[in-house]
Design a protein around this ligand. Structure first.
Ligand code: DAH
Length: 346
């Protein structure tokens, strides 16, 4: 039986040596080490041997079993690693290859400027008026009448304002100021809102003018609001938007819906106040209109001007973006030229 065992071992070892695949190894394992395998057959015959032979043959059988098991499993491991490496090799990714450029969109500079201005006023306690308070198609009532604009004011002329054929008094709004009326008709003081949106004017288009553009309207109505509050809020806005070192100036002006009225200038960003083409030699750039809400306007919406006062302001988004980024042609905002727009990526 000893010789038989040694023969089995030599044969099995040779088979293992020849095995080329995992499948071969499984077959060999089955043939020699399986329940009905050759080694087990011998182990079954042990019971007929003398005690001494049983010991010798038994331990040899065990030794051979262990040896075969360990060579098979060693080879199995090798095959497994080889196959795994082959698979990984096939799936290899060359991370040094250049990536594929995927062009992606980004926010338009007018949108980002609007967002920036809105968030500054939000940080000062203003909230954005509901959309229904700020329609682009408006009646003369909101766009002019309630804002104290006289019937014969030139702004009402078709030369300046787009009238629609929807009804005689329906216009494309020429200013966001009408939002003030919508808000005050719907809300009692304290009121502290801003209303961003598009406005339309019957202009000849050139580098400085387009027949539509964007404004941000502001309104603050409460008890004891003074011109000092107006200056405080607008100076703070300018300080955040243009930077702390930029001087401002409030100039006397006129708007039908405010009294007194002011126009606010910042020192020219091109020449730092020395005087250049951009500021027409004045050293100053006008950035917004403002004033104390005219008592007539408050009365019109049923707010008692003896109890309440307020200030309002309006600014052009294009103008503020042009001044901050030194853009010299308003049409660039509307031409969809990616060479311009891409300069405002994230
Ligand atoms: N609506 C004015 C315009 O389009 C701007 C403006 C001026 C708005 C003074 C205001 C204001 O609220 O108080 O030119």
């Amino acid at each position: 039986m000893k010789e038989q065992l040694e023969k089995i071992y030599t044969e099995a070892a040779a088979d293992i040596e020849k095995a080329g695949t995992v499948k071969d190894l499984e077959d060999i394992k089955f043939k020699y080490l399986g329940r009905k395998g050759e080694l087990n057959e011998i182990k079954k015959g042990l019971k007929d041997l003398s005690d001494n032979d049983k010991k010798v043959v038994g331990s040899l059988a065990n030794e051979i079993t262990q040896k075969l098991e360990s060579t098979i499993s060693e080879k199995f491991q090798n095959f497994y690693m080889q196959e795994l490496n082959k698979k990984l090799e096939g799936e290899k990714i060359d991370v040094t290859l250049p990536g594929q450029y995927v062009p992606h969109g980004h926010v338009h500079p007018l949108t980002s400027t609007t967002n920036e201005i809105v968030s500054i006023f939000q940080s000062l306690g203003f909230s954005v008026a509901p959309n229904e308070c700020s329609p682009e198609v408006e009646t003369e009532y909101f766009n002019f009448d309630m804002l104290n604009v006289p019937k014969d004011h030139p702004a009402r002329d078709v030369q300046d304002t787009f009238f629609t054929n929807l009804a005689p008094n329906v216009v494309l709004r020429s200013q966001t100021s009408g939002a003030q009326i919508h808000v005050m008709e719907n809300q009692k003081p304290p009121i502290r809102i801003i209303a961003p949106g598009r406005v339309y004017r019957n202009e000849n288009i050139n580098a400085r003018k387009n027949n539509f553009f964007h404004q941000i309207e502001g309104l603050y109505v409460d008890k004891d609001i003074t011109f000092g509050d107006l200056k405080g809020v607008l100076n703070e806005f300018i300080r955040i938007y243009f930077g702390a070192s930029r001087p401002t100036r409030f100039r006397n002006s006129f708007f039908p819906f405010t009294e007194p009225s002011a126009e606010v200038d910042v020192q020219c960003i091109m020449c730092e106040g020395k005087g250049c083409r951009t500021c027409s030699g004045t050293g100053w750039l006008e950035i917004l209109g403002a004033g104390m809400v005219d008592p007539n306007v408050l009365k019109g919406v049923g707010i008692d001007p003896d109890v309440y006062s307020g200030f309002a302001f309006g600014m052009g988004v294009e103008r503020l973006a042009m001044l901050k980024y030194a853009i010299d042609d308003i049409r660039l905002f509307f031409n969809d030229d990616v060479r311009f727009l891409e300069q405002f990526k994230g």
